[in-house]
Design a binder for this molecule. Sequence first.
Ligand SMILES: Nc1ncnc2c1ncn2[C@@H]1O[C@H](COP(=O)(O)OP(=O)(O)OP(=O)(O)O)[C@@H](O)[C@H]1O
Length: 381
Amino acid sequence: MPHLEVKGLHKQFAGKPPTTAIDQLEFSIEEGELVVLLGPSGCGKTTTLRCLAGLETADAGQISLGGRTWFDSSQRIALPPEKRNIGMVFQSYALWPHMTVRKNIGYPLRSRRKKGPEAAQWIEEAAALVNVEALLDRYPAQLSGGQQQRVSLARSLVSRPDMILFDEPLSNLDAKLRDDVRAQLHELHGRLGFTAVFVTHDQSEALALADRVAVMRAGRFEQIGDPFEVFERPATEYVADFLGLSNRLPAERVDGGVRVAGAEVVGDVLAPTDLGDFVLRIRPEDLHAAPTRADLRGLTTLPATVVDAVYGGRHVDLYLSVAELRIHARVDGSSVEWARSLTAGRGVVVGFDPENAKAYGTAEGSRLLDGRRLATARNGA
Ligand SMILES: Nc1ncnc2c1ncn2[C@@H]1O[C@H](COP(=O)(O)OP(=O)(O)OP(=O)(O)O)[C@@H](O)[C@H]1O
């Protein structure tokens, strides 16, 4: 039996026009699973999380955990947050400034009427999990951002909740700290196996932490799957774009071959053979560049012109034009001296492995096309 079960969840906010923040959402989560809700601003992640927490009341639907009903619009059941035994971690650490770390961590135990030596022990244990034992008698103002977030993590764990809800908990930390706390969170989840829903708009965070990623769009799940599946097989162009396949190359079929971005392609493209026009999506990291076609043997190639080349240490970002289109290739900067010497106006050849170019139909919302290899060899190549 799934641990958390959400059925037909719907939430509209009044306004002109009204906003549908959650649109007939259905999903379930197994015990111990960490599910990430990923998507751009306004897609409904936070509202979904707040409905799970009981901080927001949905217009319709059901939520249950471990067979216990938390919310059921038809039966007018809506348990308040304190009756749901959940832990919460927010972007703003939401610590009480006038309380010590010890009191802050122990705060959720109060409403559960847990006191005395047992409460003290649970606090010590939670603090130890995130390495803040030494800070228990300090006040939040005496802590760094990373330490404050670890304290709020300890507070979310202290009452041994059935589920933990995370609302962009890492986005206030600077890049290095974010990586540290993320690694710690990953390790903690592996060790404790808590059930969690984690909201973020950061794809690398989602891939790193999730057992399953749900990519949200306009209050619905556009795709839900394990990180590998979502990363390697984005179901729609929307998901592809959000997961870094930022190059969009329109493709058209011409007498047995294919033109991509209005240019002659040499090599293979994967797309169903019974299709007319389609679109290829590809990551900058999956595009290679070289002076000549012969340097990119085995890859599908097209001609391009350098618009700009930006040095980035280990990589060089090449902004290129292919006919009327702009594309972005991120090429290795440490080994390819040539890439660092490129200047605007230079002609280059761009190549990609056909497996890395995902094909979609041109109609809005088209699903990933499972392609057969479509030979487009031209010019004797
Ligand atoms: N209290 C509210 N009143 C009116 N509209 C709201 C309210 N809260 C959210 N919305 C709207 O509902 C939609 C979903 O908002 P939500 O905050 O869930 O998105 P989000 O994906 O979490 O975005 P972000 O990443 O910016 O937090 C948005 O269009 C938002 O403007």
